[in-house]
Ligand binder design. Structure first.
Ligand SMILES: NC(=O)C1=CN([C@@H]2O[C@H](COP(=O)(O)OP(=O)(O)OC[C@H]3O[C@@H](n4cnc5c(N)ncnc54)[C@H](OP(=O)(O)O)[C@@H]3O)[C@@H](O)[C@H]2O)[C@@H](O)CC1
Ligand SMILES: Nc1ncnc2c1ncn2[C@@H]1O[C@H](COP(=O)(O)OP(=O)(O)O)[C@@H](O)[C@H]1O
Ligand SMILES: [K+]
Length: 658
């Protein structure tokens, strides 16, 4: 899935309109319809008069996708769960909003709604794979299979009718399904059993985002939902296609208020569509926009944002003050970068990407820069990774490469051990851990699968500059050199690292203090390497490398990672929630796996080992970095699930879950 900036999106809009001849108003009409469908889907999920429904999932397509975080359910359900293997009992819901699960709904259950990376199956009468992605799913008899799913192998059950969620609509579908030869159904995506209990306020801005909201209001009216327009500016100031939408809404008699002129109490409604600011916004919301955003957040009502939450920087994920805190963001056409980086990702709630007639095939790399959400499809199709990690039947340990790890000191021996063990679990055939001599008695036997290469340390249990010769010698027979976990700093470390940088004929992975050494060196003057370098900084290390503050790094992670990787011709892994991988050729990948439980000492050392282990097996730098980050996050999710409470997750658990 592509990730675009506001400017790239505008260019795709322009090309669709000018080169394909699709009228702008048709795109807006589709946008409005998509937003209305997601409002209906949200109303179904929460029931009449429900409160806020905030979750955080991406899904691509269907109006019923992504029930993440809805919590609670019938017998044997796993709603809102993640990383679990579950099965719903009779009448249960299996796997709603789940991720990385194997789940199956029992009789009458729903299997795999909004799930990702799942194998799921709905039982009799269940729904399989609604809004899911990367799934293999199947609905049972009378089930709904694969609505809005992408990249799925899914099959609906007998009599299924592509409808989901709403019980009344499902009942209608069943009735029709049983009448052979004559099947009629209404517009199910805009059908809501309790529509008359809903009243939505549509906050309308001056630009095309406001136009989307106006179109949505008409479609909501069609679904029987009362929609009241709230203009942030005098309606007369709207222009172009947004003005067309304004006039259509007025002709239909939709009630309209103007902020600051008419009385408004958002608490009187059951939900809010935020169509104030989209990709055309510049800077922090001003005047009436800011006041409406603050009032919407205060109201406690569910908010569905059109395209992006108003107040969000669509490119960076930075949030202005104020910024809408949405339950659902209906992202139009292509996923905006700002929706996948924090704090924007949190402000967006659940993100649903809806197609509106702008072909994604138009998105390309004309300017040499592109960004993608890191999914199994991207790993396989764009990066050419065999995600099954198949082993050759005739393979042996020599087939899978040999990692050399330089790290660990007496005070930080665990970091080296974690890295080395993770490299083994990632599938490297052999791993040698080079470490200061004095550590040997303490770590010998801690991982019997490891080979240890003690380096002379003068009895202090720390590294010294003289060890470069020994490391150069050892690296001659190894496939990758990883430096950093538990390394510490020492006299002459800059020259030590320069010698390894210039003298090794294999890929290098640098982490922890190796990055701090690099940050202090002007390494642009070092000899160019023939073999790739992967840097794996956390935001603090990135700040030192880039000479910025940590806050500046976090303010535009994708942009900074791309710029740094291109300038220094390295593969960069900027760690943290939704880790960014940037390649020297101008590609960025934003990870989709991981868990807050991974914020624990040593988790990064494990990642270094995983990436090194993959490099040793012959993956190239981009493949190893991206797949390593993906697997590491997936293992973290699994380990968090297995621990019961994610707070108790420790780095070693991630290794065991690999
Ligand atoms: N065919 C298409 O084009 C399609 C477009 N689509 C939709 O259009 C959206 C982009 O629309 P857009 O470019 O009109 O900009 P948009 O975000 O509505 O706002 C701009 C207006 O807001 C104002 N303003 C700006 N910053 C402000 C601030 N900080 N505080 C206060 N006001 C501020 C500024 O007014 P000004 O200050 O210049 O008078 C300007 O007029 C996109 O996100 C998607 O939803 C889809 O329907 C697909 C088809
Ligand atoms: N909230 C989170 N969500 C997902 N991954 C996380 C989160 N917090 C930390 N991580 C991951 O855990 C690892 C922590 O690495 P790092 O900070 O280098 O730890 P250490 O230096 O202790 O080894 C990184 O891979 C990071 O992406
Ligand atoms: K918006």
């Amino acid at each position: 899935m592509y990730l675009v900036t506001a400017e790239q999106m505008r260019e795709l809009d322009r090309r669709t309109i000018e080169e394909l001849g699709i009228p702008a108003v048709a795109l807006m009409e589709n946008a409005g319809r998509a937003i209305a469908e997601e409002v209906v889907a949200l109303c179904r999920r929460r029931g009449p008069g429900g409160g806020r429904d905030r979750g955080n999932r991406w899904s691509n397509g269907g109006s019923s996708g992504g029930d993440g975080g809805s919590g609670g359910g019938a017998d044997g359900s796993s709603n809102g769960s993640s990383n679990c293997s579950s099965s719903g009992g009779n009448g249960g819901n299996g796997g709603n909003g789940s991720s990385n699960c194997s789940s199956s709904g029992g009789n009458g259950g729903n299997g795999g709604n909004g799930s990702s990376n799942c194998s799921s199956s709905g039982g009799n009468g269940g729904s399989g794979g609604n809004g899911s992605s990367n799934c293999s799913s199947s609905g049972g008899n009378r089930g709904n299979g694969g609505n809005g799913s992408s990249n799925c192998s899914s099959s609906g059950g007998n009599g299924g009718n592509g409808v989901s969620g709403d019980a009344a609509a499902a009942e209608t579908a069943r009735a029709h399904g049983e009448r052979a030869g004559f099947q009629v159904s209404g517009d199910n995506a805009l059908t809501l059993a309790h529509a008359d209990a809903e009243r939505w306020f549509i906050l309308v801005g001056k630009g095309n985002n406001g136009g989307d909201g106006l179109a949505a209001a008409r479609h909501l009216r069609e679904a029987g939902i009362a929609a009241t327009l709230v203009y942030a500016v005098p309606p007369e100031s709207l222009t172009g296609v947004a003005a067309l939408q304004r006039d259509a809404a007025a002709a239909l008699g939709l009630p309209a208020l103007q902020y600051g002129r008419d009385r408004l109490d958002l608490a009187e409604g059951s939900g809010i569509v935020d169509a104030l600011l989209g990709t055309g916004a510049a800077g922090a919301p001003r005047g009436a926009y800011a006041e409406l955003i603050a009032a919407a957040n205060r109201s406690g009502k569910a908010i569905v944002s059109a395209d992006i939450p108003s107040g969000l920087d669509a490119d960076t994920g930075a949030t202005h003050e104020p910024c809408i805190q949405a339950s659902v963001t209906v992202c139009l056409a292509l996923l905006k970068r700002g929706l996948v980086q924090y704090p924007g990702a949190a402000a967006a709630g659940r993100v649903v990407v809806r197609s509106i007639g702008i072909p994604s095939s138009l998105a390309g790399e004309e300017d040499g820069v592109s960004a993608h959400l890191l999914t199994p499809e991207v790993l396989q199709q764009r990066l050419g990774v065999d995600v099954t990690r198949r082993r050759s039947p005739e393979g042996h340990k020599g087939t899978y490469g040999h990692v050399l790890l330089a790290g660990g000191t007496l005070r930080m021996s665990g970091a080296g051990l974690l890295s080395a063990r993770a490299a083994l679990r990632a599938g490297a055939g052999l791993v040698t851990w080079a470490l200061p001599q004095q550590l040997l008695p303490y770590v010998a036997g801690a991982a019997p699968e490891l080979m240890l290469a003690p380096a002379e340390d003068g009895g202090a249990g720390v590294w010294n500059a003289a060890t470069a010769d020994e490391l150069l010698r050892l690296s001659g027979q190894r496939d990758v050199l990883a430096i950093g976990p538990g390394l510490g700093r020492f006299a002459g470390d800059t020259e030590w690292l320069r010698r390894l940088w210039e003298g090794t004929a294999c890929p290098l992975v640098l982490d922890a203090d190796a990055l701090n050494i690099l940050a202090e060196a002007d390494y642009s003057g070092w000899a160019q390497r023939k073999h790739p370098v992967i840097l794996t900084p956390h935001p603090g290390e990135m700040a030192r490398l880039a000479g910025r503050s940590t806050a500046e790094v976090q303010a535009d992670r994708i942009g900074l990672a791309l710029a740094y990787a291109a300038e220094h011709q390295v593969t960069l892994v900027l760690k943290g929630a939704h880790t960014v991988i940037a390649t020297s050729e101008g590609q960025a990948y934003v990870n989709t796996t991981g868990h807050p439980g991974m914020g624990t000492g040593g988790a990064g050392d494990v990642l270094t080992g995983v990436i090194s282990g993959l490099l040793a097996q012959g993956l190239n730098a981009a493949q190893a970095a991206a797949f390593g980050v993906y697997l590491h996050g997936e293992a973290g999710e699994k380990a968090a699930c297995e621990r019961g409470n994610p707070a108790s997750l420790i780095a070693g658990d991630i290794i065991e879950a690999l």
